[in-house]
Every structure is written in C-alpha cells, then in structure tokens.
Design a protein around this ligand. Structure first.
Ligand code: OOB
Length: 532
C-alpha cells in the first residue's frame, strides 16, 4: 500500500509540460536565494534578524545535526513550533534531508499530537519550551512511545535544538516529485487527516501565490497567524515571501497590541488574517497611535468575510483588501489587484491556476448545477492532492473515481469565474477560521461515562462567524457543562475544539422512522438553535 496517492502519470506529464511543476525543491530554492540575496533579511523574530545567507547556513547545519541524530530521508518529524525563527531552520533542515515535517499547530494538545506521532510513525517531535502560557515539555513527557524531543529554548529533560551537532555528511536531497511534508486537514471525521504535499505541487502554488499577491524583494510579509497553517505558510505566506526574496516578520500573537507596532517598526507591506481578526483590527482604537501606512495589502481568508467588513478595510486601515478562499488539500482562490471592487467585496476570488478544474454539483445527485447556482465544489488540479496520507478507506469518500477532491464547500460561480462561498456540506464547524470536526469532538464526549449520546453543531456568532455547540443526552447522573468541558481538556484536546456551549437534552429530534443519519441529526439541531 502506498502512503500517498500520486497524480496519474499523464497528469504529471501535463503539469510539467505546462511549466507548473518546475522540478525545484525547497532545499534548492533556499540555497539559490541565499546566493542571490545573501545579505538581505529573510526572517525577523523580535531582535533576531537572519539574512538569507544565515538562514541557509542554519538550515544546512540543522540538516546535518538531524541526520547525525538518526533522522533519515523519508522519516516523519512532528514539528509544533509557533512563530519563531527556529521554525525555518528546522523545516528547511528537514526539507534538505528529504525528511517530512508534520505541521502541528501550537494549539494542538496531547490528543492530536499523540495521533500525529503514532499515525505517521514519527521519529522525533520538535517543540518550543513554553508558548502562550503552556509548557510543551509537559505534553512531550505525557506522550506514549519514545522518540527524541527537540526543544527551541530551555530543553528541560530533552534535547536543545541549539545543542545538536552541526557538521557531518548530508545525504543526497529529495527529488521534486517526492512528498515534502504533511499538512493538516481541517477535517470532518473522527481523526484529523494528513495531507501529503510534494515539492513540485506546493512550490507551484507558492510561486504563483507570490506573483498574484505582488511580492517582490521589497515586500515585507507579517506572519500574524501560526505559520504552520497552510494559509500563512503558502498563500503566499512565509514561503511565498522567501521564494520572492522578501522579508518575513514573525508576530508572536495577532493582536493589535503586538501587530500594529511590528507593522510600523518593520514597514510591513502585506499580511494575511482571518475575519474575526479583521474585525478586531478595524475596531481597535490603538490604530491611530501607529503608522500603518506601509501596509498595502490585507488578505482575509480561512472563513467567509462579510461584504460590510470588507468595505471598512480600505477607509480604516488605508490598504487594499484581498479575499482568500483556500484549503490545505490544495485549491486556493484569490481576488486580484485589478478585479472590480464589487468582486473583491462579495467574492472569495478565483483559482490560482488555469489548470484548476472545478465542478459544482448537486450534493444529492452529483449532477453539475447550471452556472450561477450554488452546489458542492469538487476540484482537481496541479496542486490539489489525490488522496490523504495513509487513509485508503476515507479516500474513497473524499475523492471521486476520477480524482476530484470533494471540498465539502457549497459555492456559486459568477460569470467572471469568481466563487462565492455559500455554505458547507461537511460536518465541520468553522470557528473563525479554526476548523473543528463534529465527529472528533463527539467521540471524545462519548468517552465520558455519563454521556449517552452527543452531537456537535455550529451556531452563528457575530464575532467568530460560528461557534460550537454540543448537544448531550446524559445517562442517569447528568454531568454539568463545566464538567464535560474539563473532561475534554483532560483528554488533551486543543482548546479551540472544546465546545463553546453544552446543552443537556433528553432526546434528539429524530426525523421520520428508523435510523437517522448523524448528518441529518446535526442539521436538525443546527436549525433548531439558529431559529431560537
Ligand atoms: C484554509 O485552509 P483549511 O484547510 O484550514 O480550511 C479549508 C476550508 C475550506 O474548505 C472552507 O470550508 C473554509 O476553510 N474556507 C473559507 C474561506 N477560506 C477557507 N470559507 C469561506 N470563505 C473563505 N475565504 O482555511 C486556507 C488555506 C489556504 C488559504 C486560505 C485559507
């Protein structure tokens, strides 16, 4: 069994012939930029400023060090680093070796991390010492299995990244058609899915994103969101910025207090955020105390941006808005600099590539809907995966027989080719851009001895767009909502997945006779709360 599903040869040939897949690898591109832009600043993290030459040298040393520790080509390493400079030396070090970073988010906890380690047979785990008030070393200590833990900062009982050996032979690097890393899916099933991305396919999306977003060597990209996420990583994100020879500035948090000062100090020209942050920045009175005039482009994506909020961006922050509708599985849509303002307000953009194939179908029949009608978006293309990592069974549902990915999104296509996101057919809650799979949280709730049944649904929220609500049918001795939340935390679930609301109910609305599908149940409950 293959760990991942490659593109069929005729598609791969076509993507190469069209010049989408150029044969570049991540390791090689950084070396090239270090040669071309040696003394330009690549990464800014607080007082640390690494030039391209320094970043490249550090990545090479890290590759040698990791290799000396036994990390080999093809090995998986779970990387859970926040927005710190070490993220880049570790990730590019792994790219050099042909070892695969598994991109965990800083918010993930024992439940998620243990799963990533186990499912990928990870040979190492990379963490910060502390981040956001949480000691990641305690999480590492609680993990089952025994693998080296590498720490950025104070290592405690583990190994400091700074202490690992720095010389030694390096193996030949990976080829561009190989998987470069595993990205995380927002997911809609019991366990998160892992997304294998190759050098060829990902670099195509990175390169084109940088071009579409107008990045140059003069650009300064502020990473406000956690860099391991696909959006700040590659749309165009930090990788797009490095590819273009721009400077990456790392924000430790996306709050106005932190970010506005960095925009002023570093003369930031572009950043990407989620809709709730756009609201927070727009409403912040701190705005007037800083010089934000360098900011030319504010990207908003990850969840739907209301047209009314889009309208406020240019007048309030003095920059151009751009909508981004993407997914870690591949397809990314952008509004463009020369789009009519109305499209930038109301649409979520159009695909990166002329080779992105989109099918918009009736969710129940699978037949294509007439143009302009909403339907389920299916997609296939030069940077959209053909299958999740080690998930043969799930892949049969998530992809069509001819290789289209079922996005789970309901969209409408405008005559210009731009898409409007109208809703969703997947059992996922989009909590201000953070994705929560209903089934995953339900399974954790069902593990509580006093829970008979549970269903998790989205409820509309003015700030986050959506929040999570768990409906729980208790057994004889009903637990309180607070107890259930505490229970989920002790199970090591990321905080953003802990239900915002817990409602104890006696029954679920069962429609008709016989067995109701979980999907129907969730839909009925979501309607019920929305109509209250
Ligand atoms: C991004 O990636 P993921 O993998 O966390 O989530 C993908 C899902 C999409 O399928 C869609 O349901 C939702 O997030 N989404 C949006 C959206 N952007 C993403 N829904 C409405 N409007 C938007 N603008 O979220 C992601 C990856 C790359 C770039 C940007 C976002």
């Amino acid at each position: 069994m293959m760990d991942h599903t490659p593109w069929p040869p005729e598609f791969a040939d076509r993507y190469r012939a069209a010049g989408y897949w150029t044969g570049e690898t991540f390791g090689a591109f950084l070396a090239d930029r270090a040669f071309r832009y040696a003394t330009r600043v690549a990464v800014v993290d607080g007082d640390r400023r690494w030039t391209y030459r320094e970043l490249d040298a550090r990545a090479t040393r890290m590759a040698a060090g990791l290799h000396a520790l036994g990390v080999a080509a093809g090995d998986r390493v779970v990387v859970q680093l926040p927005n710190v400079a070490e993220f880049f030396e570790v990730v590019f070090g792994l790219f050099r070796l042909g070892a695969l970073p598994v991109f965990a988010l800083p918010a993930h906890r024992r439940s998620e991390i243990a799963y990533f380690c186990e499912h990928t047979d990870a040979v190492a785990y990379v963490i910060p010492d502390r981040h956001g008030g949480f000691d990641h070393r305690t999480l590492a200590r609680d993990l089952p299995g025994d693998r080296p833990v590498l720490v950025a900062g104070d290592p405690g009982p583990f190994t400091a990244l700074a202490s690992i050996p720095v010389d030694g032979p390096l193996p030949a690097g990976p080829t561009p058609d190989q998987v470069a890393f595993l990205q995380l899916s927002g997911g809609s099933t019991g366990v998160p899915k892992l997304i294998p991305r190759t050098h060829d396919d990902y670099l195509y999306s990175v390169r084109e994103s940088a071009r579409i977003c107008g990045l140059t060597t003069e650009s300064v990209y502020l990473a406000a969101l956690p860099v391991a996420h696909n959006y700040p990583l590659s749309s165009p994100g930090v990788l797009g910025a490095l590819h273009a020879g721009s400077t990456v500035v790392l924000a430790p948090a996306p709050t106005p207090e932190v970010v506005f000062g960095l925009i002023e100090r570093e003369r930031v020209t572009i950043t990407g955020i989620v809709p709730p942050l756009a609201l927070l920045w727009l409403d912040s009175t701190l705005r007037s105390r800083y010089d934000l005039s360098s900011l030319a482009l504010l990207q908003v994506g990850g969840a739907k941006l209301a047209a009314e909020v889009a309208d406020r961006i240019a007048p309030t922050l003095g920059c151009r808005p751009q909508q981004v509708f993407g997914m870690a599985e591949g397809l990314v849509n952008y509004t463009r600099a020369d789009d009519p303002p109305e499209l930038v307000r109301v649409s979520q953009g159009r695909p990166i590539s002329p080779a992105d194939e989109l099918r918009i179908v009736d969710p129940s029949t699978g037949a294509e809907v007439p143009d302009g009608e909403p339907g389920h978006l299916l997609t296939r293309g030069p940077y959209t995966i053909r299958g999740y990592y080690r998930a043969e069974e799930h892949n049969r549902d998530a992809f069509t027989g001819d290789g289209f990915y079922r996005t789970g999104d309901l969209v409408r296509r405008l005559p210009s080719g731009h898409l409007v996101v109208e809703g969703r057919v997947k059992d996922q809650i989009n909590r201000g851009g953070e994705k929560v799979a209903a089934e995953e949280v339900e399974n954790h709730l069902l593990a509580h001895p006093a829970v008979h049944d549970a269903a998790v649904v989205a409820v509309p929220d003015p700030h986050l767009g959506e929040r999570t609500c768990a409906f729980v049918i208790p057994r004889a001795d009903p637990p309180t909502a607070a107890e259930l939340r505490r229970f989920l935390r002790t199970r090591g679930l990321a905080a953003f997945k802990i239900p915002d609301r817990v409602e104890l109910v006696e029954t679920f609305p069962y429609t008709g006779v016989g067995k109701t599908s979980r999907k129907d149940l969730r839909r009925a409950l979501a309607e019920e709360v929305a109509n209250r």
